[in-house]
Design a protein. Structure first.
Length: 306
């Protein structure tokens, strides 16, 4: 996939000779910086399509959304966001120790919801860092645009994941965040979140756990890219998605890939043809059943043994 390079000069310089492995290594460094700074103060698939469309339609019909996908910050909007206590993803975003009063205070932190259409950009490389974004529905990829216009995928994010932490270290985002489908995100002011963490140690510990989880996940990918062959990388990627879906209450064995095979290959340091060949081989061997982007894991143990 090619497109004009993003305007940020710093981002272009960072992108020179940027490989898949380098992308993940840089991501890990960014998250480690985030951890250091923060101590001082990510069914039969993803959400069922019908329910996902209903959530998106509800947000779009109830609140005014501007051309950037931002919802007007009126009282009706705040009431919508205040349903954190009833959100199915609450345990991924908030620690269980928070009381009802604590959650009411947190509503002043998560003060806006955004609708991001498929293919639209939530933020770009070199944009000023002000907010992090909790994905309510939908999914995103983060990408770095190389000097020649090619995209290097640096991550995939699902409901309950936090986007934007790459900006904590330098006060500017290092990647573009692009919606893989129509998505809803809750916007969280990082300055307000820091202040809230000072008052709520449980939330500070939860933020540290989130950051630590990102470090572990990115370090794991370094292992994939540094020690695994192509088939092992694809198998590990599918099993990792399975685990992440299970953590969100979805089926670990049947899900839909929101990313293309080319995007998967970019993330894993593989060519599109290689990813397609490996998935076809897994299907012939009875490890998975693939129907377009629909994946059904038939033998997880054998897949893990690839």
């Amino acid at each position: 996939m090619r497109r004009p390079a993003a305007p940020g000069g710093n981002c272009v310089r960072h992108a020179v000779a940027f490989t898949a492995r380098g992308a993940i290594h840089a991501a890990g460094i960014g998250i480690i910086c985030a951890m250091i700074l923060s101590i001082a103060e990510h069914h039969a698939g993803p959400p069922a399509d019908a329910a996902h469309r209903a959530n998106v339609a509800n947000c779009h019909s109830v609140h005014h959304v501007d051309e950037h996908g931002a919802v007007d910050s009126g009282e009706s909007m705040r009431r919508d966001v205040s349903r954190c206590s009833g959100c199915a993803l609450r345990n991924l975003c908030l620690p269980p120790e928070l009381s009802s009063d604590d959650i009411e205070q947190f509503h002043q932190v998560a003060s806006m919801k955004r609708l991001v259409r498929r293919g639209d950009v939530l933020y770009r490389c070199d944009d000023p860092f002000r907010n992090i974004f909790a994905i309510k529905t939908g999914s995103f990829k983060t990408v770095m645009v190389l000097r020649d216009g090619r995209e290097q995928v640096t991550g995939f994010y699902l409901p309950g994941d936090a986007l934007g932490l790459d900006g904590v270290c330098s006060d500017r985002h290092r990647w573009d965040a692009v919606a893989l489908e129509d998505s809803l995100v809750c916007t969280v002011s990082f300055a307000r979140l820091e202040a809230f963490c000072h008052r709520q140690p449980a939330m500070q510990r939860h933020l540290h756990r989130m950051l630590s989880g990102e470090i572990v996940r990115e370090s794991g990918l370094n292992v994939w890219l540094g020690t695994m062959n192509a088939a092992e990388r694809v198998a590990a990627f599918l099993l990792n998605l399975s685990k992440r879906f299970a953590a969100r209450g979805y089926s670990p064995n049947e899900f839909q890939l929101r990313m293309t095979r080319a995007e998967m290959g970019s993330y894993l340091g593989l060519k599109l043809e290689t990813v397609s060949r490996i998935l076809s081989g897994f299907s012939r061997a009875g490890l998975v059943d693939t129907q377009g982007r629909n994946i059904r894991i038939l033998n997880a143990a054998a897949l893990a043994a690839v």
